[in-house]
Design a protein around this ligand. Structure first.
Ligand SMILES: NC(=O)C1=CN([C@@H]2O[C@H](COP(=O)(O)OP(=O)(O)OC[C@H]3O[C@@H](n4cnc5c(N)ncnc54)[C@H](OP(=O)(O)O)[C@@H]3O)[C@@H](O)[C@H]2O)C=CC1
Ligand SMILES: N[C@@H](CC=O)C(=O)O
Ligand code: NA
Length: 444
């Protein structure tokens, strides 16, 4: 039986989500059991880039969250209202909810998660922080054995895009902001991005998960990037820094004593000079990264696209699949054909066939080869001819110097078939003027 999805919103994220749900091939097999049941939008007349039967679309979003057939409501309309009310209504009607809406979650987490717990439904929010980067689920699951100490992130793609372009091109703030809006990175009201509200929402959510308590958004210190000028960027650069909008959450007192309840957090968002050799300094453009420090894991960094249609939809659909997997176990008459308990399809290994692995000769890559040869006229020409005869195209050939009275020649190829490269080497080794080929390596 299919799991029915009620999709609220068919904008940047909603379109990406529908696109994945409609194209399950080569993705997790559970996707084939999901069905878009209804889609809520503001305007029925708008041209859509995703091919859905028009009768699925409605402007009556309440009818979706109350529809008895809908299992999972996906809220990607954004804004505070009616998003908050629709989420609460969906929960009240026993629907599981997936949302990308950090503004709603950061403000109404108490109301929403209390209602969800009471109703026995899940509200999953992977897309709400750092778009396509898995960070919510790792905090809840993969890192849950750790005592977490610090989270430092670049969690707003728009401001990182603006700062990166100001840094690399010396561009004007407003022109770059317009580009970010056009590319679908910025919120409808870019104030949320530029003044740090979006990053504050996100770090409040991460802090809550990492440190196991709710966070009052008004207590999160917040500064944006409007005041950053080209001069600041230039001076920072000269001193060995880049300027990034960092969101930080950390325990003030890493030696927390549970009995004394001495725990206190720092949760803040502000532009920061980051040393150029710090891992967060090289995160540019719309990319996000989140650096988490825990005991005993140490430092782990999550990096990737923090915004945009496909990446954000990737997180939305993974949440939908997580819920569908739980529902499948619940509904699956509790046993497999062999009488054993039915396992969660995302956690259990269900593959039974062997994949076909391509032989290494078929690999197409670039190669480096170091050749020792007689230092005589025509040797480099012979090398080029041998490679050419085997369809190996060369990117560069450099004679570096002499070693043991032999010319040391380094060759870098273009992308070539490994089998052809090896055949060329065999032929080259047989050339009298070639003494040795001491090393060959693959080039990324
Ligand atoms: N864009 C991104 O890269 C990211 C976005 N997010 C979050 O995802 C959510 C959605 O963002 P995004 O897709 O960019 O937003 P868009 O503005 O692109 O899309 C919003 C969609 O919701 C519909 N909608 C909005 N308000 C209503 C309403 N009152 N009634 C009915 N339909 C409504 C719109 O309908 P219509 O099409 O008819 O106008 C549109 O389809 C937001 O919470 C955002 O913060 C999170 C991570 C990244
Ligand atoms: N406006 C946000 C989009 C995702 O949350 C950003 O720029 O990061
Ligand atoms: Na994410």
């Amino acid at each position: 039986m299919a799991f029915k999805v009620g999709l609220l919103g068919l904008g940047t994220v909603g379109t990406g989500t529908a696109d994945i749900l409609l194209n399950p091939s080569q993705r997790h097999p559970l996707l084939k059991e999901l069905e878009i049941h209804r889609v809520g939008v503001r305007s029925l007349d708008k041209a859509r880039t995703v091919n859905l039967p028009p009768e699925l679309l409605t402007t009556d979003l309440e009818s979706i969250v109350t529809d008895p057939e809908v299992d999972i409501v996906v809220e990607v309309i954004g804004g505070l209202e009616p998003a908050r009310s629709l989420i609460l209504q969906a929960i009240a009607h026993g629907k599981h909810v997936v949302t990308a809406n950090k503004a709603v979650i950061a403000r109404y987490n108490d109301e929403i998660f209390t209602a969800a717990t009471d109703a026995g439904v899940y509200v999953l929010i992977e897309a709400a922080v750092a778009g396509g980067i898995p960070v919510i689920e790792p905090l809840k699951q993969s890192l849950c054995a750790n005592r977490l100490q610090t989270i430092t992130g670049i969690v707003n793609g728009t401001t990182n895009y603006i700062l990166s372009r100001m840094q690399s091109e010396g561009s004007d703030f407003n022109a770059v902001l317009a580009d970010a809006q056009q590319l679908g990175y910025a919120e409808a009201d870019p104030t949320a991005d530029v003044d740090g509200f979006d990053a504050a929402d996100k770090i409040a959510i991460l802090a809550s998960l990492a440190f196991g308590g709710r966070i009052k958004l008004e207590e999160v210190h917040r500064e944006g990037i409007r005041q950053i000028t080209a001069a600041d960027i230039t001076y920072a650069d000269k001193l060995g820094f880049v300027i990034k909008l960092l969101a930080t959450a950390k325990r003030d007192n890493p030696t927390f004593d549970e009995a004394l309840n001495s725990d206190q957090l720092q949760v803040r968002v502000h532009p920061t000079l980051v040393p150029k050799d710090h891992p967060l300094a090289s995160i540019n453009g719309v990319f996000n990264a989140v650096l988490i420090e825990g005991d005993p894991v140490g430092q782990v960094m999550f990096f990737g696209p923090g915004a945009g249609s496909g990446p954000t939809a990737s997180a939305v659909v993974s949440d939908i699949l997580n819920i569908a997997a739980i529902l499948k176990v619940e509904r699956g008459s509790a046993v497999q054909a062999n009488g054993k308990p039915l396992l969660d399809p995302l956690l259990a290994c269900s593959h039974q066939h062997y994949c076909t692995i391509a032989p290494i000769e078929e690999l197409e890559t670039r190669f480096y080869a170091r050749v020792l040869a007689e230092d005589s006229p025509g040797v480099i020409g012979r090398l080029g001819t041998c490679f050419g005869q085997h369809n190996v195209s060369l990117e560069s050939v450099v004679q570096i110097g002499l070693r043991d009275n032999r010319a040391e020649i380094v060759v870098i190829t273009h992308h070539v078939r490994e089998g052809n490269f090896r055949q060329a080497l065999q032929e080259i080794k047989a050339v009298d003027a070639i003494a040795d080929i001491p090393s060959t390596l693959r080039v990324l």
